[in-house]
Design a protein around this ligand. Structure first.
Ligand code: ADP
Ligand code: ZN
Length: 675
């Protein structure tokens, strides 16, 4: 996108502007005028074209039409080819057009004037076939002309640019040298060390040798050992690929160059390879060093693929050539990151190039715990904060999400002028990242709140009743509207679940449909609130049938349409597709029945959960367990009161501590959620 703007290109500007002749601005103006003229012509013709062709009448008919004011104006027209004169009569209001070739005399004019119409005698050619054709194509021709003109202009600019590139790259000291765009981080500014990277010990082991090599390249050279040249880091975004590369540079104390694969993709021919050349040239001067290429798939996409283009291929070839030229051991290590290693050109992974591959997956519970600890290091955390609980409650969080979580928690604590981050700040931050910001000023009617509470209670009830099957705990139920939903139930797995069996998947579908089932049972109807639930339930049921071979009536084969170059291609007959649909439908309606049955059998608990949710807005794990086990609202009320008192005491303690250090400040103005 921004690559398209020639102004952004360092070499695009100067040569073309010093050229004699029309300035670029003037050319643009002319181009614009041409295009506008073309468009105007097109519109004019389109509007003209709306008039119907005139119908032929006799002179007497013509005259009576005028006298009866059916026709309000007329023109005398002469056919340029035959020289014949005719009268064309029109009524613009009724779009009536008549023509007579049988012209007797000029008494028509007075007849029209007598009728109160307007008369003009003009030598206009009637729109003959050819004239019409020409008029129709004129705007198109103008447009094509304008386009050709602009294309030539662009080509010219490119030629000028190429001249600049060859001047720069050829002599290596030309003034029009193409900058590499790589950003340099000097060793004295790079504070990142291995201790800042948590939870990816295996990846760390893989790159430790690189550090050693960068510290003592001579040692490896003397031994004749083939040194690592390229390390390819793969994995989903935000899990520390950049961080790890930076830490390698930090540990080795060498310069760190960063560049993104997309920085090499230019619309101008030859710029990409030139950028690669100048980048390696600069790195050679500063070796030993690390070059980090983020999103290498932007330049390293498999060649010949329908998405690749020749300019990008040339850039890639240039880079591979530079890497092959490392024979004389220049002490440069390339590290590259991608989340799509599958689409990379195999040539990249050849020995001597990016031959070392390190995968960095989403962190598991322990890794999340360690990452949280790293990010908590420089923050004042309350002793009672249970980072392991946070780690358990955040499956699918990336390292970046976890860093963000602690930052948000710190912000919440700052907002309430607290001395340190509390577990409640952590929980608020977690909810904000997972479910969106609270919409405190959203006004819900009592009925809407009740429907939401019933819906969420339905989910919570199903989850609680299947807690052993699904190995989970119901961590929270809230009807506080957020940017992503009106309410939610948060379930936490006891540990990261690596694979589900069929019963568990069915249970998850029941959980998804539990909200809707509760609406049906309590209200006798459902709301639109369940659309996401239905979507996720359908997806799971579809996966069960098409991917996991979990239906009784179909063979264990993959029924997922395959992605081909031109789109999705079906992999089964229509008959089979119908049976797949049937199986998916069966799983879903069975799950719906189960959900409704569970709720009917535990209607008392459902109503208690609903009432409590409406009263307290948010129910914690203990609240839900209390209601489910004792089925006693009074007992819950007592627990809540005790908890509130405990919180008040805690805030009081913290407040007095703050009062000593910051006596002027208002205490906790924003603590609107006593939880
Ligand atoms: P990637 O390059 O894989 O997209 P980054 O390295 O840019 O991800 O990670 C972004 C941020 O997330 C880091 O700056 C760091 O704060 C945090 N982060 C990610 N992974 C980790 C980790 N394993 N340990 C500590 N922090 C991490
Ligand atoms: Zn729901």
């Amino acid at each position: 996108m921004s690559d398209n703007a020639p102004e952004q290109n360092p070499v695009a500007n100067p040569p073309s502007q010093t050229k004699p002749g029309m300035s670029a601005k003037k050319k643009w103006v002319i181009g614009g005028v041409l295009a506008a003229a073309g468009l105007a012509g097109a519109f004019y013709w389109a509007s003209r074209n709306e008039l119907p062709p005139p119908s032929e009448v006799t002179y007497t008919q013509f005259k009576s039409l005028i006298e009866n004011k059916v026709i309000t104006s007329f023109n005398e027209v002469t056919d340029p080819t035959t020289g014949q004169t005719s009268y064309l009569g029109e009524n613009h209001a009724s779009k009536l057009r008549v023509i007579t070739h049988d012209v007797k005399n000029k008494e028509l004019v007075s007849a029209i004037e007598a009728a109160g119409g307007s008369a003009r005698a003009a030598r206009v050619a009637p729109p003959s076939q050819w004239g019409g054709f020409a008029l129709m194509f004129l705007p198109v021709a103008l447009l094509i002309g304008a386009m050709v003109y602009m294309q030539r202009r662009q080509e010219k600019r490119q030629e000028e640019m190429m001249a600049g590139i060859t001047a720069g790259a050829g002599t290596d000291r030309g003034s029009k040298h193409i900058a590499s765009k790589a950003k340099l981080l000097n060793p004295e500014d790079n504070k990142t060390k291995f201790k800042d990277v948590a939870g990816i010990e295996q990846a760390l082991d893989e790159v430790k040798e690189v550090v050693d090599f960068l510290k003592k390249p001579e040692k490896y050279a003397a031994m004749g050992a083939r040194i690592p040249r390229g390390v390819l880091l793969s994995g989903p975004p935000g899990n520390g690929k950049t961080l790890l590369a930076k830490a390698v540079a930090g540990e080795a104390g060498v310069p760190f160059y960063t560049i993104s694969g997309s920085d090499f993709t230019e619309m101008f021919v030859g710029v990409g390879p030139a950028r690669v050349r100048s980048m390696f040239e600069e790195a050679r001067k500063n070796s030993p060093c690390i070059i980090f290429i983020d999103e290498i798939d932007a330049m390293g996409r498999a060649r010949g693929n329908f998405n690749s283009n020749s300019e990008q291929e040339n850039t890639l070839i240039q880079m591979l050539a530079e890497m092959d030229g490392f024979e004389n051991n220049p002490g440069i290590v390339l590290m590259a990151a991608t989340n799509r290693p599958d689409i990379l050109d195999p040539a990249i992974m050849r020995p001597g190039r990016f031959d070392r591959q390190v995968h960095i997956p989403l962190p598991d519970v322990m890794a999340r715990f360690k990452i949280l600890k790293v990010h908590a290091r420089n923050k004042p955390m309350d002793m009672k904060i249970d980072l392991l609980h946070t780690a358990r409650a955040t499956p699918h969080f990336s390292g970046a999400d976890l860093g963000n979580l602690l930052n948000e928690a710190a912000l919440f604590a700052t907002r309430r002028n607290a001395r340190m981050i509390q577990m409640s700040d952590m929980n608020k931050a977690m909810d904000k990242i997972m479910f969106g910001t609270e919409r405190k000023n959203l006004i819900m009617t009592q009925q809407e709140r009740r429907e939401t509470a019933e819906h969420e209670a339905g989910h919570a009830l199903c989850a609680y009743l299947m807690r052993n099957l699904l190995q989970l705990k119901v961590n929270k139920l809230t009807v506080m509207p957020r940017s992503k939903s009106l309410g939610l139930v948060h379930i936490v797995n006891d540990k990261d679940i690596l694979s589900y069996n069929r019963e568990q998947l069915k249970g998850l579908i029941v959980f998804s449909l539990g909200g809707r089932a509760a609406e049906i049972i309590c209200q006798g109807q459902m709301t639109t609130g369940g659309s996401q639930d239905i979507e996720s339930a359908t997806q799971k049921a579809r996966d069960m049938v098409t991917r996991f071979g979990m239906s009784d009536n179909l063979p264990p084969r993959n029924f997922v349409p395959q992605q081909t170059g031109t789109g999705l291609s079906p992999t089964m007959s229509e008959e089979t597709a119908r049976r797949v649909d049937e199986e998916i439908g069966k799983i879903l309606s069975e799950a719906d029945q189960t959900a409704q049955q569970l709720i009917n059998e535990h209607r008392v608990e459902l109503d208690l959960l609903t009432e409590a949710a409406m009263m307290y807005e948010t129910l914690e794990k203990e609240d839900i367990e209390c209601l489910m086990v004792y089925k006693d609202m009074e007992r819950l009320k007592k627990i809540r009161t005790e908890r509130d008192e405990e919180l008040q005491r805690m805030i009081g303690r913290e407040a007095s501590a703050v009062a000593v250090t910051r006596p002027q400040q208002t205490m906790f103005p924003n603590l609107d959620h006593p939880l």
